[in-house]
Design a protein around this ligand. Structure first.
Ligand code: ATP
Ligand code: MG
Length: 398
């Protein structure tokens, strides 16, 4: 067996956009598999075939394919002639150590010119396998399902399906900018938008040198991890400590968190426009902390005219934590750091900061100049996956 058959969810891909989606998926797969021994990646009849070269390592290829968005499932597959006898013996030859009390053949006919129907293919191939193995045929609850897909000039066969990452191919959803803290929530928010086909620009605000560099190290690790999905990531590190000190001198303690957040959104908006992102993304959740009441979120969102997407808004903390665990960001988020927003803020910030009150508090600040200065000071770091040029670099997580 030296192919991988990749299935995408066809429903989402109907219509005239379909070739565009499929081409992007093929391109993303090629890029994600760079450096592995892959002979070719091509789209055939509603699926994608990855043809492996002799030295391809299945585990590595599987890991990489499993992170590519837009895939419903994929299978390590063999190719055989369309002839039943030849197909059955190829399957038997590749069973390896597989043992089963019961099995079934499940056939799909992509080439409708093939002169047999799917049930006929199942019966014929199933009969030959049964004869050779003496396994019982069970159509409803088989231990082993042998999949056969008839293509125009050959057949694919495979024994199981691995779940893909789902979602839509990276590049189909436009660009967004996610405000990424070192916390648990915002990496999950970024992941969710990536999974919908968006390219996510990451923006982190830090208070170095007032606080340590820990938060920057964390977001770099998160960026590298998420880059395994979207393959190219731009991370912007924005110094925020000086602005906070200005806020400290001018704004009453209970409004500071909301003012910090509004500044973040304004700076993020400017950076997003510069890098042609169409919306901002945050990890806000209604009621999770005092600053995230509906009223505060509205006041914070009022600082920008850009669309603010909050993909986690209705989730419970344990749901978000579980998802962060699955994505792999949780262990990074759990590393202790010093959150810039706890700097100079009271334990009990205002839970209902009305926008007019906050606007009045901001009047004494040179907001535009503060935003321009912070945006201009943003440091750009680019991440790529896979990292081929210099193995062992900091962004080559595997
Ligand atoms: P998270 O776990 O994402 O930090 P949180 O529950 O701690 O979220 P807050 O700290 O109130 O919530 O932050 C709300 C949102 O504001 C975050 O999800 C993130 O999108 C953004 N944000 C907060 N702090 C920063 C920061 N230092 N840099 C960039 N974005 C930030
Ligand atoms: Mg936080």
């Amino acid at each position: 067996m030296n192919s991988i058959v990749v299935h995408y969810k066809e429903l989402a891909l109907k219509g005239k956009n379909r070739p565009w989606f499929v081409n992007l998926l093929v391109r993303n797969l090629r890029e994600a598999l760079a450096g592995t021994d892959v002979a070719r990646v091509r789209s055939i009849m509603g699926r994608i075939e990855i043809e492996l070269g002799p030295s391809a390592e299945w585990d590595e290829v599987r890991r990489r394919v499993s992170r590519v968005f837009g895939i419903a499932n994929f299978s390590y597959a063999g190719r055989a002639p369309q002839d039943f006898q030849a197909l059955a013996s190829a399957i038997l030859g590749d069973l390896g150590g597989r043992q089963a009390d019961s099995f079934r053949v499940s056939a799909r006919r992509s080439d409708k010119r093939f002169p047999f129907t799917s049930p006929q293919i199942e019966r014929e191939v199933g009969g030959l396998i049964k004869e050779a193995t003496h396994w019982r045929v069970d159509l409803d609850g088989p231990q082993l399902t042998i999949h056969v897909e008839m293509m125009p000039d050959h057949a694919f066969y495979f024994f199981g399906k691995e779940a893909g990452a789902g979602g839509l191919p990276t590049g189909t959803g436009g660009r967004v900018a996610c405000l990424l803290s070192g916390g648990i929530d915002s990496p999950v928010a970024a992941y969710r938008l990536m999974r919908r086909g968006c390219t996510v620009l990451l923006i982190h605000f830090h208070s170095y040198p007032i606080l340590s560099r820990a938060s920057q190290e964390k977001v770099r690790e998160i960026a590298a991890l998420l880059t395994r999905h979207q393959l190219r990531t731009r991370l912007l590190l924005v110094p925020f400590g000086e602005l906070q000190q200005q806020v400290l001198l001018a704004v009453t303690p209970e409004l500071r968190v909301v003012v910090y957040r509004r500044l973040m959104l304004r700076i993020a908006e400017q950076l997003a426009r510069k890098w042609r992102a169409r919306a901002l993304v945050t990890g806000d959740v209604i009621g999770q902390v005092a600053s995230q009441t509906l009223e505060n979120l509205a006041t914070i969102g009022g600082a920008t005219t850009m669309e603010v997407l909050r993909p986690l808004v209705g989730m419970d903390k344990d749901e978000i934590t579980a998802e962060a665990g699955r994505i792999g960001t949780l262990t990074i988020s759990n590393i202790p750091d010093q959150d810039c927003c706890q700097l100079f803020t009271p334990r009990h910030p205002a839970t209902r900061a009305r926008e007019d009150r906050v606007e009045r508090a901001e009047e004494v600040l040179p907001i535009d100049a503060m935003v321009d200065a912070a945006a201009a000071a943003a440091v750009v770091e680019d991440f790529r996956f896979p990292v081929l040029e210099y193995a062992g670099s900091k962004n080559s997580i595997n």
